[in-house]
Structures are given as C-alpha cells and as structure tokens.
Design a protein around this ligand. Structure first.
Ligand code: SAH
Ligand code: SF4
Ligand code: F3S
Length: 471
C-alpha cells in the first residue's frame, strides 16, 4: 500500500468512527424539536466548513433556528485574518452569557481559525466560561466526538491541534444552495505573506486527490448543481503536494468534461503561480467563468517585496495584459491592503497608479491589521492609523468610480445569468450572477431560481447591474 493510499484509508476509518458517534448521540436529540444557529465569519473555507458542521447537526436531529437566541445549539465558526473580525466574535460571545444563564441547557461551540491562537484560547478560558466546546481548523471532523465527551463530562471541552493529520472526507454536509457549491481542492497555505495569519492557523498546503474532487463534483452535478467554486488559498499551486504529476490546469481540464456541469469558478489565484497553461485552459473552455480574482495587495514593488508576495508591480501588470489579450471580456477583481509598514505617500501612489492602469471590475480593500506572530507585526515603520485611513478612503473613491464606469459599459450587453434568489419582499425581483461575476437584478418568476437565463443589461449602478429577461 502506498503512503497516499494509507493516509486515505485512515481518513475513511475516522469518518466511519465519527458517523457511529453521530448515530449513538442522535437517539438523545432526535424528536425533541431542538434547533441550531450557526454564524460563519471569514472566507469561503469557513463557509464550506460550516456546511459540514450543519450536516452533522442535522444528522444529530437539530433543525435550523429562526433566531440565534431561540436556538438550543449555537456555533460560531471564526476568522482571525484581521483584528476587527476577532472583536466581533468576542462581542457576540459576551452577549450570549445571559442567554445561557437563563437557558442552562443550551450548548455553545466555537471553532475555526481564531481558536488556533494561544492568546485567544487563554481569553476564552478566563472570560468566556459559558462556552461548552472549543475546537480548531484541523479537527473539525471530530465535532461529534467532542460533543460526546462534553455530554459525558459536562465540562468545557477544548481540543486544538497544531497541525493537520489526515484529510477526512465523506462526513455529512448540508449545502446552502442546490444549484451551486463550493468544493475544497486544497487546504492550508505555504506562502507566508508577511502580513497574513492564515498559514499559522490553517497549516501547510495539501491538495486533495484529483479522483476525490472529480467524484465529489460528479455527485454534486447529479444532484442538480450547475456551478462549482473550487476553493483554496492559492489554487494555482494545486497538485504540488501530490505524488503524481498533476496541476491545477489538469484538474480544470478534467472538470470541464463532466457532463451537466455548466460553470466552473475558482479562488484564490496567487499572481506568482498563475501559469500560461492556466490562461490557455481558461480560454479554450466555455465552462470556466470569465472572471479572475487576482489579489494584488499593493502597487509598490518595494512593499510587495516586504509583503513576501514574490512578484513585482511590472509582473502583475504584464500578467493582466496577457490575461486580457487571451480573454478580452474577462472581469478582474482584487484584494488590496492599505497601510502596510513602510507604505508612505510614494508607495501608496504606486497602488493608485496600478489600480488606474488595471481598471478592476471589483476590489476588496482592507486597512492593514497587525497580526501577532506574523513578520509584519514586528516590522519597523508601522503606518499611523490616521494616515492609513486617509489613503484607504482615497483608494476607495477611485476604485468606486472605476468599477462604476466598467459597469456602465455593460449596458446593452446580453449576459447569461445564473439566477440565485428571488427578493424576499418581492418575489418577482430576481438576483443572479453573470459568468463575469457581475451581480444583476431583473424582473422574473421565482421558478427561475437555479436556472441560467439570458438577460439584457438596461442600467448600471455603482455595485450592480439592472437588466431585462429575454424571453
Ligand atoms: N489566499 C488569499 C487571501 C486570503 S485572506 C490570497 O493570497 O490572495 C483574504 C484577504 O485578506 C487577503 O487577500 C488580504 O488582502 C487580506 N488580509 C490578509 N491579512 C491581512 C491583514 N493582516 N491586514 C489586512 N488585510 C489582510
Ligand atoms: Fe495569506 Fe498569502 Fe497564503 Fe493568501 S497566499 S492565505 S495572503 S499567506
Ligand atoms: Fe479568516 Fe481563516 Fe479564512 S483566518 S480568511 S476564515 S482561512
């Protein structure tokens, strides 16, 4: 048996064990009308993890609560990428104290990236004794077992691993939508961008086996899924940890052959690893969406170097040129951090210059947040908050007008829209996304949710488009 097969077999055994525990526990929960509430903070990785937690909870016999403070089981799946994400969690957790005092039977669990930090654990142990279960990113699949331990001991159960041990597939999971789904293709990150906490809380990069991913997507498509989003912190380096010679473009090519699958998206792409082969595969396929989320983070080569991003401003601009000459209609979005150490006026101007050259179709902008344990936190020349905020606002107003101008250019175009939902108050207003990831509102019947329909764009707003269904 090869090493890979062995690791896989262990994963299978573990999944079976957890499933048995779910079965044992469910007899004490089923039929009691118990409900759960889950709050997910952070990125798509956490969204996907929460679907797994919900799958387990529903198998145990819980159903979704209408309100948080009516639920019998509350879970927060946390993010620590920026400080304000953490503060939100502590704030919410504090407000659960009195709810638990009034309803001592309820269970509170917290998990996810924040829990991988020792200072957070310390704070929870000291100030948040009303929490029952604490687990991390590497042992999420142990949730049934940890819950069992808690029920047996009635103590706060804390289980945090420093690194991953095996990839456990095949546990229950409930997907949010029936027509689109996120699929993990890899876990962790090896890049150690100097501002970023993710490699410390999500561990080393590891790719799932291609046959596992293909089988999962085939199952999803058989269940009616039309669009998949392949998830990883740096999808362009997919395959590097596999024994076989198999890359991200290889995976995309294999996925395009799945009949019934209509759209393939992926995120996130790191500019340093985006290959010509990937551009070629995208260009040749009409299933791979014409959208690339390509975080640049900063426009100054000096800052990029300090961030350990391993590309220059010129490299990024050339990459954009190459992508656009292969696929002229592609939409490009990005992430930008403002106020990284050493980013003064000149460096910031480079970001504005890059933004004006690329003319992004969308951008997430973040104020730099110092993360303890990352190299950025101890760098000299930290930027005062006032100055960073001023730059942040300047960048935002420039980006807003660029995005709006791009949106205006979409007028009169006919876009294929995957209808995602009907407006809750007015069921005749639908919302969907084009393959370029533009958000479009238009009138139509709610029976169209989950279908791909042609829509003519009639108007453009700063953050979305308005259209008319073509019948
Ligand atoms: N793996 C993805 C990003 C994951 S985190 C990538 O490399 O592109 C999502 C975004 O959060 C990052 O792109 C970055 O813009 C932002 N971010 C990460 N750490 C941050 C920090 N310490 N302060 C502010 N923004 C941060
Ligand atoms: Fe963080 Fe960089 Fe890894 Fe993205 S690539 S998760 S920004 S370390
Ligand atoms: Fe946050 Fe963890 Fe994602 S830190 S951004 S939830 S990987």
């Amino acid at each position: 048996m090869s090493r890979k097969e062995r690791v896989y077999k262990i994963g299978e055994e573990e999944a079976l064990r957890q499933k048995q525990i779910i079965e044992e526990l469910s007899s004490s929960f089923q039929g009691k009308g118990l409900s759960y509430f889950i709050q997910t903070f952070g990125c798509q990785m956490n969204v996907r993890d929460s679907e797994k937690l919900v799958g387990i909870l529903e198998k145990l016999g819980f159903s979704l609560a209408v309100k948080e403070k009516e639920a019998d089981f509350i879970i927060y799946n946390t993010c620590c990428v920026r400080e304000n994400a953490e503060q939100k969690v502590f704030g919410r957790l504090g407000s659960l104290k009195s709810y638990k005092e009034k309803n001592p039977h309820i269970k509170i669990a917290i998990c996810g990236c924040m829990m991988q930090q020792e200072n957070v654990l310390k704070e929870i142990k000291q100030k948040y004794r009303h929490v029952d279960l604490v687990f991390g990113t590497f042992n999420l699949y142990k949730f049934p077992e940890l819950l069992q331990t808690h029920l047996e001991t009635n103590q706060m159960v804390i289980d945090i691993w420093k690194e991953h041990q095996e990839i456990v597939e095949d546990l229950p999971s409930i997907r949010k939508d029936t027509f689109k789904a996120g699929v993990n293709i890899m876990y962790g990150c090896n890049n150690f961008c100097s501002y970023c906490i993710v490699p410390y809380v999500r561990g080393r990069e590891r790719s799932r086996l291609p046959e596992e991913i293909l089988a999962e997507v085939q199952r999803l498509v058989a269940d009616g899924v039309k669009e998949i989003m392949l998830l990883g912190q740096n999808v362009n380096s997919y395959g590097k940890t596999l024994e076989q010679d198999y890359s991200f473009p290889d995976l995309l090519k294999d996925l395009t052959h799945i009949e019934g699958l209509e759209r393939i998206r992926f995120m996130t792409s790191h500019p340093k690893d985006l290959s010509d082969e990937l551009i070629k595969v995208m260009k040749e396929s009409n299933k791979i969406c014409r959208h690339l989320h390509l975080p640049v983070q900063a426009g100054s080569t000096k800052i990029l170097k300090a961030m350990n991003r391993k590309y220059t401003k010129e490299h990024y601009l050339n990459l954009v040129k190459k992508i656009r000459s292969a696929m002229p209609n592609i939409s490009l979005t990005t992430d930008i951090i403002v106020g990284f150490p050493g980013e003064h006026e000149n460096e910031f101007q480079e970001t504005l210059d890059l933004v004006q050259q690329v003319k992004f179709d969308g951008a997430f902008t973040f104020l730099y947040s110092k993360r303890t344990g990352t190299p950025g936190a101890t760098m000299e020349d930290q930027i005062p908050e006032e100055k960073a905020k001023k730059h942040f606002n300047e960048l935002l107003s420039i980006l807003d007008s660029i995005v709006y101008e791009n949106n205006l250019e979409k007028k009169e175009e006919i876009l294929q829209i995957l209808v995602e939902e009907a407006n809750q108050e007015n069921q005749t207003i639908l919302t969907g996304r084009s393959d370029t990831n533009h958000l479009v509102h238009f009138a139509g019947d709610s029976s169209l949710v989950g279908k791909i329909v042609p829509v003519k764009i009639t108007d453009a707003k700063p953050y979305y488009l308005i259209g008319e269904l073509i019948v």
